[in-house]
Design a protein around this ligand. Structure first.
Ligand code: SAM
Length: 220
């Protein structure tokens, strides 16, 4: 999706994907699959409180979000103090790295971020990032993400499963087959799922017959 689409979304008071509390899948599985001595990459991080949860638990999350409204709101709402540095990129864009001792948040287009900026990651938490992108962008997303993965990386990937003819997305409908196709080097395993039908008025309005949030683990 283009910047304008998300900017419209961030102009509204509330965003349906934003959660007031840390995601239950993350809370349940983080200790089992992630270690505190390695950074956790959180692509397309919005103003997610998952970043705060991770840092409070002693992990070091590295978020990337290209919308300044989202990043500024995150910093204000969470009352964070950061040091900041700017990095120019060849295409004329600018990246800004906000960081403190407990986390790092980049105001940057995901596709502009390279290993030179953030290093490589063994741990990735992708909630509403891969599924926020249309099919035409998902191969580029997966391929770019792979350039930022260290050997033996683990991705915890949260997707949504619904009848594709009942909603057009985002969130886009992603199948297990597509995940295997986009990450053929990895092993993919479904860890758990739960119904979201009662979780937000938006899903009720759409009268979906089912809507599950699904957690996959991709291991390389
Ligand atoms: C569905 S939201 C999910 C936010 C967050 N992961 C969460 O769970 O609340 C997707 C976010 O991706 C951001 N985004 C979309 N394309 C991006 C890109 N190319 N680079 C960085 N951020 C992007 C949007 O601005 C939006 O905040």
């Amino acid at each position: 999706m283009e910047f304008e689409f998300w900017d419209n979304c961030w102009q509204r008071e509330s965003q349906p994907f934003h959660l007031a509390e840390a995601h239950t899948f993350l809370v349940k599985y983080v200790e089992q699959f992630f270690s505190k001595d390695k950074k956790i990459f959180v692509p397309l991080s919005g103003k997610s409180v998952d970043l705060v949860f991770l840092s409070q638990q002693g992990y070091y999350p590295v978020g990337i979000e290209f919308n300044p409204k989202a990043v500024n709101r995150f910093i204000q709402e969470q009352q964070l103090e950061f040091s900041s540095q700017n990095f120019p990129v060849a295409n004329g864009n600018q990246l800004t790295r906000h960081h403190n001792d407990t986390m790092e948040v980049w105001l940057a287009d995901f596709f502009d971020i390279t290993e030179n900026h953030v290093g490589k990651f063994e741990q990735v938490y992708d909630r509403a990032a891969f599924i926020a992108l249309p099919e035409s962008m998902r191969a580029d997303y997966a391929n770019h993400l792979k350039t930022l993965l260290a050997e033996h990386a683990t991705i915890l990937l949260v997707t949504m499963d619904y009848q594709p003819d009942e909603m057009s997305g985002p969130p886009f409908h992603i199948t297990l087959d597509e995940i295997k196709q986009q990450f053929p080097e990895g092993g993919v395993e479904e860890l758990c799922r739960c119904s979201l039908l009662d979780s937000h008025p938006r899903w009720k309005e759409l009268e979906l017959s089912r809507l599950d949030e699904v957690l996959y683990r991709i291991t390389f």
